[in-house]
Design a protein around this ligand. Sequence first.
Ligand SMILES: *Cc1c(COP(=O)(O)O)cnc(C)c1O
Length: 411
Amino acid sequence: MVQASWLNNLETELTRWQQSGLTRRLREVQSAPGTQIVLEGRPLLNFSSNDYLGLGQHPALRQAAIQAVERFGTTAAASRLICGTLTPHRELEEALADWKQAPAALSFNSGYSTALGVLTTVLGREDIVILDKQVHACCVDAARMSGASLRVFPHNNLDALERVLKWADQRNSVRRPAVWIVTESVFSMDGDRAPLKELVVLKERYGACLFLDEAHATGLFGANRSGLAAACELSDRIEIQMGTLGKALASGGGYVVGPRVLIDALMHRARSFLYSTAPPPATAAAAGAAVEILRGSEGEDRCRVVWERATRLLALLKELAAAQGLPKDGLPQSPGSAILPWIVGDESRAVALAGYLLDAGVFLPAIRYPTVARRKARLRFSVSAAHTDNDLDQLAIACHKAFGHFVRSTP
Ligand SMILES: *Cc1c(COP(=O)(O)O)cnc(C)c1O
């Protein structure tokens, strides 16, 4: 039988991706996704997880999830506004609001659907949304979906942002458009931070609002680990903060915090909230338990360990780069978060390096277009409080081998 033309088209496209070194496939992890994993039958040291505080295997979270299953079963059985709001959802949202020192909180099925729901509710077609060039795909998609006029400023470039704010300010319209700046506190592929204080001063000067995605900062910054906004004492000057429950909070779902009116509006209008089955009660219960741990002294200890690991890992990579004669400018100067990118540039080279590391027993991803810009491919190391000193020693040995191979195999 002749293959249908829509399938032919897809196949042609896939071939093009293959030829550009952009092939992807799903790889099965047959163990808990901790620091040691079994990937397709092979035991590997894992530096690719977003479970920064290592809470995914924590007895308190497991216990909370198990108890929720025993009390509520496996499903929320309906969307939140029908009968899907169960006790763990309410408790989680109260804990999040209290932790983030916000009037109210709402949880969603994912960080992705949080951004979609919030930005499409807040922004109208007549409004203006200004994105940092490096924001996560969910913020880009949400901004597009909102229909607002979209502008992008170069990553963390406040002068360029100010030029867009001036342009927005001068636009004549019957109703003054709302102007929203969308950025992240820690950027997911670069691991660097936004200059929050300066951003807040700037947006206040122009009467704009700030939407901050704390996905990679939650759990790592601030006196109670609630994020960078709190660490910079800016929580009450940032209009909306969101984050995910799937990274440091070691569960799944997303959240937003802000004024009560915002939360009420989301319950009426955010389509990704309204038309989706509520997250399973066990997921909400685990996230609630994570918040409790993060706020307390155990969270403080784990957070300190993450920073120690990140500092040591970066020193180790710089040493390696120097020893192998590789350019150091692909590495950050200091760790900005638990994410350390090593920008290699060429897609195929990044894949080759990740392959050599895999051969040496270490799993970490080569991040490529379209997740990052073309020719900005990188190795992305994520450290966790669950990594031991021995894990880092092993990583050093593996990297030494892998980079040696790499240097010898490339002209
Ligand atoms: C991971 C991530 C999200 C999406 O969160 P999910 O819960 O995984 O859907 C949103 N924003 C940023 C910056 C992220 O890194």
